[in-house]
Design a protein around this ligand. Structure first.
Ligand SMILES: *[C@@H]1O[C@H](CO)[C@@H](O)[C@H](O)[C@H]1NC(C)=O
Ligand SMILES: *[C@@H]1O[C@H](CO)[C@@H](O)[C@H](O)[C@H]1NC(C)=O
Ligand SMILES: *[C@@H]1O[C@H](CO)[C@@H](O)[C@H](O)[C@H]1NC(C)=O
Ligand SMILES: *[C@@H]1O[C@H](CO)[C@@H](O)[C@H](O)[C@H]1NC(C)=O
Length: 246
């Protein structure tokens, strides 16, 4: 949500509260009519999903697919964010793959959101570079095979964005989010995923552009997590499901 003013971020906060958490929303019903998908968030096949659009012109169609897959097509729309991931943000290692068209203003990012700020690990983007357009360059990080430029963008009213912008654009790969979050803190950019984020998704965002994406996200669990209990905890963290261990 970085193309326009912080008013957009405030509007998103309202949208998140008002959004129905209906896991059935998504694919089938939305395909019947050609119109912009309504704002919504919730569980879809074990993953948290989130869709928000500013509305007011153009068209965005978001579709939840099986598991960690979603697709979105947009046509001359205003701002929207969309994607699948986890209800609880952590320093997890994320694997993703798929297709992402380079609309003029569009982002493919591992994204966290809260009412106080956002983080973007930006893997691909169109013509608009959010870092060089008004960001403060804080340093670099080498992670997952490439260098990322780290920027801090103050959107006003204390609303912060921390950006990691990958020097080589891509539409599939592995993102070790902990490397980024640790680096932010070492640079004085305070970020605790447990406290600073209400969700963590592989986001497709667009603004005033036309494009399409079809992406699948998954978590790579480390060896210690590969226990029955670890799987349950990981599954629970995706959607905030209530799994009680006997
Ligand atoms: C989504 O919510 C925002 C407020 O956050 C609202 O302005 C917008 O019209 C909504 N979008 C749609 C497609 O209903
Ligand atoms: C995280 O929270 C801290 C403390 O409230 C705040 O200073 C910081 O800007 C927040 N970061 C983000 C990315 O929201
Ligand atoms: C996920 O976050 C919710 C609140 O947002 C919290 O109640 C729950 O305990 C968290 N679950 C895990 C596994 O961290
Ligand atoms: C989770 O389930 C337990 C047992 O059914 C219940 O006592 C508890 O209130 C539930 N917690 C939430 C957050 O729904």
């Amino acid at each position: 949500m970085s193309f326009t003013s912080v008013v957009v971020a405030a509007a998103v906060a309202l949208g998140a509260i008002a959004a129905p958490a209906d896991p059935q929303l998504g694919s089938a019903a939305h395909n019947l009519v050609k119109r912009t998908t309504p704002n919504s968030s919730g569980c879809s096949d074990g993953f948290w999903y989130q869709f928000w659009s500013e509305g007011g012109g153009g068209q965005v169609t978001y579709t939840n697919k099986a598991g960690g897959e979603y697709s979105v097509t947009w046509n001359n729309c205003k701002d929207f964010t969309s994607g699948k991931g986890w209800r609880n943000a952590t320093g997890r290692t994320i694997k993703y793959s798929g297709s992402f068209s380079l609309g003029s203003n569009s982002y493919l990012a591992v994204y966290t959101w809260s009412q106080r700020g956002e983080t973007y690990i930006l893997e691909n983007y169109g013509g608009y570079n959010p870092g060089t357009a008004g960001g403060q360059h804080k340093g670099t990080l080498t992670s997952d095979g490439r260098t990322y430029d780290i920027y801090r963008v103050d959107r006003g009213n204390g609303y912060m964005q921390f950006w990691s912008i990958r020097q080589g654009k891509r539409s599939s790969g592995i993102v070790t989010t902990k490397n980024h979050y640790d680096k932010y803190n070492s640079l004085g950019l305070v970020f605790d995923p447990a406290k600073n984020a209400t969700y963590q998704i592989l986001s497709t965002e667009g603004y005033g552009s036309t494009g399409n994406a079809d992406l699948t996200v998954a978590e790579i669990l480390n060896i210690q997590m590969k226990t029955f209990y670890g799987y349950l905890l990981s599954f629970q963290a995706r959607c905030g499901l209530n799994i009680t261990l006997l």
